[in-house]
Ligand binder design. Structure first.
Ligand code: NAP
Length: 281
């Protein structure tokens, strides 16, 4: 029988700890952590993500500023908003919701955020720190996964870990964090030959592809721990992961559900990074 990794419960206990620290800061007259979220355009999924981030901020007592810019916003305007936030002492974290409209360069925009306020850890300075294993901001989704593993006593040390997906926000930093914990890490992607043979070697399998129910039971070793990062809609429009949960779960020792697994941890790490930025300011 497998254990369901409860991301909601782990997330809630971490958010309670954050709320307590924020209350203590207030009592001591220290600034409340402030997060600014910028959204450009009307992408429906992005609207949901930014609302959830704002809600989470308010829940733990943070100051939250949501800046909505029109789809046609010019780069210079967006950069000037970031300049203003870089200089605002009430704002400790700045997040620009991706994807941006096509005429804007995410690379230019992220490079403009003060690395000390880059709580998404996308700036090259922070990406470099993740690579080097230096103290800095945690990459939100991968660090949230490391927190889940630790909460369930799953130690990657010496284990064979396979990460499917090599995006800059999930796959690559995930592999780095596992490597820093002494796992033997393989990164698989769309050019990987015989993917099932690779995924079957995994004691810990992390899947971040973006294809509904792509990982089937024949691709998973008996007793593996399976972490599903995917957020997709199935044929009935229901939220589902990259793993075919019903068929895969019985083979696993631990597995994350979608929803309620990795998702809540991503925002919790964002809150933790913002609190860290406030502590360091
Ligand atoms: P992405 O940038 O689209 O990257 C997808 C990766 O999957 C790429 O590296 C791609 O390989 C690989 N891939 C695609 N098809 C494959 C196949 N048939 N076999 C093996 N690898 C394949 O996606 P992402 O931003 O990492 O996100 C992945 C999923 O996680 C999405 O569903 C997203 O919504 C979800 N997500 C969830 C959270 C959360 O908080 N829960 C956070 C971020 C993302 P190539 O590089 O070769 O193209």
């Amino acid at each position: 029988m497998y254990t369901l990794i409860d991301g909601k419960a782990v997330s809630q206990s971490r958010r309670n700890a954050i709320a307590t620290e924020v209350a203590n800061r207030k009592a001591e007259g220290l600034p409340v952590p402030g997060l600014a979220v910028i959204i450009v355009g009307n992408d429906p999924a992005s609207q949901v993500y930014v609302r959830n981030k704002e809600k989470a901020c308010l829940e733990v007592g943070f100051h939250s500023e949501l800046i909505r810019l029109s789809e046609e916003t010019e780069e210079a305007t967006l950069l000037s908003v970031i300049d203003r936030l870089n200089g605002d002492p009430a704002i400790h974290g700045i997040l620009v919701q991706l994807p941006l409209p096509k005429h804007l360069s995410a690379k230019t925009v992220i490079a403009h955020i003060d690395p000390k306020k880059d709580v998404d850890a996308f700036h090259t300075v922070n990406v470099g720190k993740i690579m080097l294993g230096e103290d800095g901001f945690s990459p939100c989704t991968p660090a949230g996964i490391m927190t889940l593993l630790s909460a369930y006593g799953i130690d990657p040390d010496g284990k064979s870990c396979v990460v499917v997906g090599r995006s800059n926000i999930v796959g690559k930093p995930m592999a780095m964090l596992l490597l820093h914990q002494n796992a033997t890490v393989t990164i698989a992607h769309s050019h990987t030959k015989d993917l099932a043979a690779v995924t079957r070697t995994a004691d810990i399998l992390v899947v971040a592809i973006g294809k509904a129910k792509f990982i089937t039971e024949d691709m998973v070793k008996d007793g593996a721990c399976v972490i599903d990062v995917g957020m997709n809609r199935d044929e009935n429009g229901k939220l589902c992961g990259d793993v075919d949960f019903e068929r895969v779960a019985p083979k696993t020792s631990y597995i994350t559900p979608v929803p309620g697994g990795v998702g809540p941890m991503t925002i919790t790490t964002l809150l933790e990074n913002t609190l860290k930025a406030a502590r360091l300011s």
